[in-house]
Design a protein around this ligand. Sequence first.
Ligand code: FNR
Length: 188
Amino acid sequence: PPYRVGVIVGSLSRESVNRQLAEALQRLAPKELEFFEISYADLPLYNRDLDADYPQVAREFKEAVGSADAVLFVTPEYNRSIPGPLKNAIDWGSRPYGDSAWEDKPTGVIGGSPGKIGTAVGQQTLRSTLSYLNARQMTSPEAYIQITPGLIDDDGRVTDAETEKFLRTFMAKFLEYVARVLTVIPQG
Ligand code: FNR
């Protein structure tokens, strides 16, 4: 330690509740975890015609994923799946064939929505993609967060004690998971 965790927020919205959740998670995480954001907003739409000559922005995205000890996805659910821009970024990271940034990458998945099932279906589609790409995944604890107005304040503080405790535990478990995987599969 410390381990460098790349955070991928699945929403591009300026008012994203998942961005708030990501901030709260970083605040509640054990000090052995350090965070940096992996942005993907400037990626063009993936097209395999570009595999032979990857755009610079896509190279940088892959390098950012590659340099991370682990990746934490904090994502909304869109229409019972993940947002298209996030899927696009994952696709860019997966190619050219045989040169995927996701292979053996330790990952965590969490998300929040105003609705009661809190991104459960969207997370399953993300997990199935990560499985196919042979990323490592913390499979438990799962975390489906219903984000009601005021649950997370403007400074990324969780205002509900039970939720705060749950998220703190989630990040402690994520540290344990990442540390364990990295002893077998060093990154970078
Ligand atoms: C949604 N929303 C949504 N919520 C949900 O729980 N399940 C879903 O399938 C969907 N589908 C969906 C599609 C589209 C196109 C939008 C814009 C929204 C609502 C969504 O959870 C809500 O807008 C969250 O605030 C999105 O997360 P961010 O952007 O605030 O992080």
